[in-house]
Design a protein. Structure first.
Length: 135
């Protein structure tokens, strides 16, 4: 089996970058639209909200995503930004967008919510692909 080289510092940086992206994505960019689609107000979202737990687990989830993208990049020997993005896009389409879409169908969620939520993960995947292939 081919050896796998992963830069774990780059993976951790990706986890931190996902929080910056999330702050912007679910704040000034799509915050109001997202709240409308989930049918919640800011007050309702703050009720029973545990930021340490929620953000901590979100960072952990994104670190796992970045780790898998780094694994794919290492396995394929990708060395350019274009190839890092291609790997990230392939992972997003097959492992994120498709399941989000299927879950949305069965949970009667809007296509707008699918675009907002999966779009956030698309941006993360592309950023991760670039960071991981360059680092």
């Amino acid at each position: 089996m081919q050896s796998v080289d992963i830069n774990y510092l780059a993976v951790l940086v990706c986890g931190v970058l996902s929080m910056v992206t999330g702050f912007l994505w679910y704040g000034p960019i799509f915050g109001k639209a997202w709240m409308q689609e989930v049918g919640k107000t800011e007050e309702e979202l703050r009720k029973d909200f545990n930021p340490g737990k929620t953000y901590g687990l979100a960072v952990l989830g994104h670190i796992i995503m970045a780790l898998v993208i780094a694994y794919f990049i290492s396995l394929t020997g990708a060395a350019s930004i274009v190839n890092g993005i291609r790997i990230a896009l392939a992972g997003w389409v097959g492992l994120i967008a498709a399941p989000f879409f299927i879950n949305g169908l069965f949970n009667d969620k809007s296509i707008r919510l699918f675009i907002i939520d999966s779009g956030y993960q698309l941006v993360n995947c592309v950023v991760f692909g670039i960071v991981l292939v360059l680092w």
